[in-house]
Design a protein around this ligand. Structure first.
Ligand code: BEZ
Length: 266
């Protein structure tokens, strides 16, 4: 059987590839949106807005939303949906970075983040920036990968680089904290944590493991010559297949989520 991972390439890492292979990320955001409970007229920052699907949903619910993301391609896709989106490093949130002179600088009622904080390896810098932009009483609500997230896929990606004489762990691009670690960081950053939980959420992959790897494995692939990508991804797929492929041929990601809600004291 040809490897499922071999049929897609890194070239699919763009807004269109993200929509096709990872559109489920926004589809699964209903619970964290419920936790946010946006109210019409609220000023909300969508931190790591990606292609703006959720930013647009928040705007449709009457919020005044700004999305920020480090990826220019994603921000362009978000803008194409008609939302206000800006290219910005979520680890450097500040008034002068977010706004040009003369723009409305009223503090935000809420900062929201879905499936983005695990790409930001300096969590304390993120939390400090969020605190700067929120009004007193404002809330920080989010969901991202917690400890153990994509553990099987990640181990296979690391091991594949190790086997090629590279330091696979050094390529690790994600921050997946234990819930108590993140609680401590939020508290130290000045927030009152009103809810925080970690939970497993095995997630079906609509375009298989190949789609997931094509979208998210770039930080590992960039350590290998392009000619080796196909064999490397095939090995990863073979390694995880017994655990992550079901009897009907469907692939699942071993997701673990960390969902939280915190408030900046008034
Ligand atoms: C996640 O949403 O948990 C995730 C997405 C891409 C890479 C790693 C984790």
């Amino acid at each position: 059987m040809p490897s499922a991972a071999a049929s897609l390439s890194l070239a699919d890492w763009n807004a269109e590839g993200y929509r096709r292979h990872a559109g489920f990320v926004a589809d699964l955001a209903a619970p964290v949106l419920e936790t946010l409970a946006p109210r019409p007229g609220e000023r909300i920052l969508d931190l790591g807005c990606g292609d703006g699907v959720l930013t647009a949903q928040l705007a449709a619910q009457g919020a005044e939303v700004i999305g920020v993301d480090a990826s220019p391609a994603m921000v362009a896709a978000a803008r194409a949906r008609g939302v206000d989106a800006r290219v910005l490093d979520g680890q450097a949130l500040d008034w002068d970075v977010l706004f040009t002179a003369g723009e409305d600088r009223r503090p935000f009622d809420a900062v929201f983040s879905n499936a983005a904080l695990h790409w930001m390896l300096r969590p304390d810098a993120v939390i400090a920036g969020v605190a700067r932009l929120l009004r007193p009483g404002g809330r920080f609500v989010g969901e991202f990968g917690g400890a153990g997230n994509v553990a099987r896929i990640g181990r296979a990606l690391v091991a594949g680089l190790d086997r090629r004489g590279l330091d696979g762990q050094a390529a690790w691009p994600w921050y997946f904290p234990e819930p108590e670690d993140y609680r401590t960081r939020l508290t130290t950053g000045g927030f009152i944590v009103v809810g925080l939980e970690g939970f497993e959420r095995p997630t079906p992959l609509p375009t298989g493991l190949a789609g997931w790897l094509a979208t998210f494995a770039g930080p590992f692939l960039r350590h290998l010559p392009a000619a080796e990508h196909e064999a490397y991804l095939a090995e990863v797929a073979d390694t995880v297949e017994p655990a992550l492929r079901d009897g009907r041929g469907g692939w699942w990601a071993d997701y673990v989520r960390l969902r939280f809600a915190a408030v900046k004291p008034g």
